[in-house]
Design a protein around this ligand. Structure first.
Ligand code: ADP
Ligand code: TRP
Length: 328
């Protein structure tokens, strides 16, 4: 049996990188045979969001975003992480078989501390909580963006260590799955670096109207004339267009930029096409997003139903792990 599982932190408004790198694969995977668990990682978000009202609002926004973008809570068990406290119980068991050295090697922890973030213990042990999320549902496939691969590998290690220590096949080994192309696994931001909330170079998926125009206007360009032939690989706007356009149209834009001359498009043309393609892709979902958000009680009850189903599975796995190590 294939069991898909992934989570996303409610630490702000989901951006284009979150969509193409994570959310879209989550939504697409529901078409595949198997069980599906997707959740809003609010325990994880506490490492950065420390304001109760913001956290609650972010959770609802994230749920509305997923539903608007096509996630079907009938087919997928969709829930809030903290509604399944068994995950916190399993976290403790895993932390007892995890060496400090493993956590010290985590890229995300090293990156964050290098940026000057003063780490809490929670930030340090974050990969254990994530491993517990994965192992608590006997997940076999974890669709994630590139930056999460190491965390899934750590979950593999922790499952192996626990099984080795307690002499039984308690936890199932998970595998990660990346988006099908490199372009989707690492979406650039306004400045050409990886798009990330923490770099302030991100674009909210449901941005629209004047704000969208203004945001697209901030995508890094240079002062070369449209007629000057250019290497398409150095034109950031084309990387953005690549997310939206069919290959043939994209190739056409690339060729015209490469050739230059009187009829070559300027950056302004690329921006206009990007806004148009963005609207085509996201406008209907944006409308649904507003509708979902207008009914918070319905969102809460859908999440509660998902949590009930998630807890059922997590209790079975928790009991299996407790018995294996002598806590029952
Ligand atoms: P951020 O870096 O903005 O804080 P998160 O760490 O919350 O984003 O990432 C949530 C999900 O989105 C993860 O699965 C991650 O791999 C994916 N993701 C984040 N940024 C990008 C990006 N620029 N390109 C592709 N995927 C991304
Ligand atoms: N750490 C992930 C992120 O920042 C979110 C997450 C938490 C997750 N638990 C998970 C992803 C389990 C996949 C599986 O994006």
């Amino acid at each position: 049996m294939t069991t898909f599982l992934s989570g996303i932190q409610p630490s702000g408004r989901p951006h284009l990188g979150n969509y193409f790198g994570a959310i879209r694969q989550h939504v697409d995977s529901q078409e595949e045979e198997g069980e599906h668990y997707f959740f809003i990682a609010d325990y994880h978000a506490l490492t950065s969001v420390q304001d109760a009202d913001s956290l609650r609002a972010n959770v609802r926004e994230m749920a509305a975003t997923y539903f608007a973008l096509g996630l079907d809570p009938e087919r997928v068990v969709f829930f809030r992480q903290s509604d399944v406290p068994q995950v916190a119980e399993i976290t403790w068991l895993l932390s007892c078989v995890t060496g400090m050295g493993l956590l010290e090697r985590a890229h995300s922890f090293k990156d964050k501390t290098a940026k000057g973030i003063k780490p809490s213990v929670g930030l340090f042990t974050y990969p254990i909580l994530m491993a517990s999320d994965i192992l608590a549902y006997d997940s076999t496939i974890v669709p994630v963006g590139k930056d999460q691969v190491q965390h899934v590998e750590m979950a593999q290690d922790m499952a192996g260590h626990f099984n080795a220590a307690f002499g039984s096949q308690v936890f199932v080994r998970p595998e990660y799955r990346l988006p099908e192309s490199e372009a989707l696994a690492k979406v650039p931001g306004l400045d050409g670096e990886k798009m990330s909330k923490s770099y302030g170079n991100d674009l909210w998926v449901f941005e629209s109207g004047k704000r969208l125009k203004k945001a697209v206007g901030r995508i890094l360009t240079d002062s070369r004339e449209p007629s000057e032939p250019k290497d398409p690989a150095g034109v950031l706007l084309l990387d953005f267009l690549a997310l939206f356009l069919e290959d043939t149209e994209l190739e056409d834009w690339r060729n015209r930029i490469r050739e230059g001359g009187q009829d070559a498009p300027g950056y302004g043309h690329l921006k206009v096409r990007l806004i148009e393609a963005w609207e085509e892709t996201f406008a209907p979902a944006r409308q649904r997003f507003e509708e979902y958000l207008a009914d918070p009680a319905a969102l809460d009850s859908t999440l509660a139903l998902g949590a009930e189903r998630a807890r059922e599975r997590a209790c079975i796995v928790r009991d299996r792990a407790y018995r294996a190590c002598g806590l029952r």
